[in-house]
Ligand binder design. Sequence first.
Ligand code: TRP
Ligand code: SF4
Length: 391
Amino acid sequence: MRIVSGMRPTGKLHLGHYFGVIKNWLNLQDKEECFFFVADWHALTNKYKDTSDLKENTYQLVIDWISCGIDPSKSTIFVQSAIKEHAELSLLLGMLTPKSWLELNPSYKDLKFNLFFQYVRDFLLGKSIKVEEDTLRQIVHDSFYHKREVDFEYLEKGLVDLSIDANLVKEIVFNLKEGDIGKDIDTFGFFGYPVLMAADILIYKAEAVPVGEDQLPHIEISRELARRFNHLYKPVFVEPKALLTESPKLLGIDGRKMSKSYGNTIALSETEEELNKKVLSMKTDTQRIKKSIPGRPEVCNVYTYHNYFTDSQTVKDIYQKCTTAEIGCIECKKILAENLNRFLNPIREKRKELEKDRQFLDKVILEGNEKAREVASKTMKEVRESMGVMF
Ligand code: TRP
Ligand code: SF4
């Protein structure tokens, strides 16, 4: 079975990526024909003004992959922008993409919301106004999606600095409109994100695409475009299916979804000291304010982490000792930090090696590009022929 998947080069990977996507890739590369690529063009769809870190982030992503065990001798690792055929297919698929498919795409709406939210947050921070993140999210959500009045009392509760006039904040949030960020993401490129993504997948006639849950709507558009093309012209494309990881989500250190925008991630490249600090700062069972109160591992994020990184006997032991108040949270976290470090050590080692050897990375990427291009150019011949674009 042929597999294709990509990631945008937006910075170093964290544990959420590892258990959400990379683990899936690792399983697949032993059994299937895998193409993994850096989606650098996609990174430009919302960050086109400052492109100074695009190339370095591309290298960093490949370093993360190989450090985790993605093996260039098993998988084809390449860079999207090296295969110009993706752009050609994207252009041609655009001809048969109804605008409504893109407008209704939930990922598009969510991404727009997130960018808008960040914009509002930064705007307020620029005026030294700090609002509790969840509160602000809710307020922005209300005014963004529902064009609703800002709930004043709710807003007031979320103000971190109580000397600030909630009326002022309300005024600001309400008057910031989508149009203010329009200049950043109301672009043709951003709108066409799913079309380019469909091109990435369909050009390799991939049967399956391992992705995170948030990408499902995009895969759906790819399937619809394959069907539409095959129906209008000739049956060139395979309808790809999404492959989700089975493991439940690993949350961030504050118990929310692990995400860079929350500042709650644990990067794969984290140093030992940074990691220890982060683990010690993790939220536990909030009712357990002192050691003598028995804990509830079921509601403790540290315990969830133990299930990933600690051997099952110790996990059982911790469960028992936590619920009988025999073990304290600090001790419990120390065990976790140790095991997490043990998990990350080989990845760190490999990363150090690769950081020093750009030549090797270039060779991997060049060879991968060659292999990808071979398949892509063959598909494009069929596409041009069946569409009647022959010159
Ligand atoms: N949109 C994906 C993400 O943000 C990256 C991506 C681009 C991708 N093209 C793809 C994933 C093709 C799978 C297949 O994570
Ligand atoms: Fe969580 Fe461990 Fe504390 Fe129990 S002892 S509440 S599992 S951190």
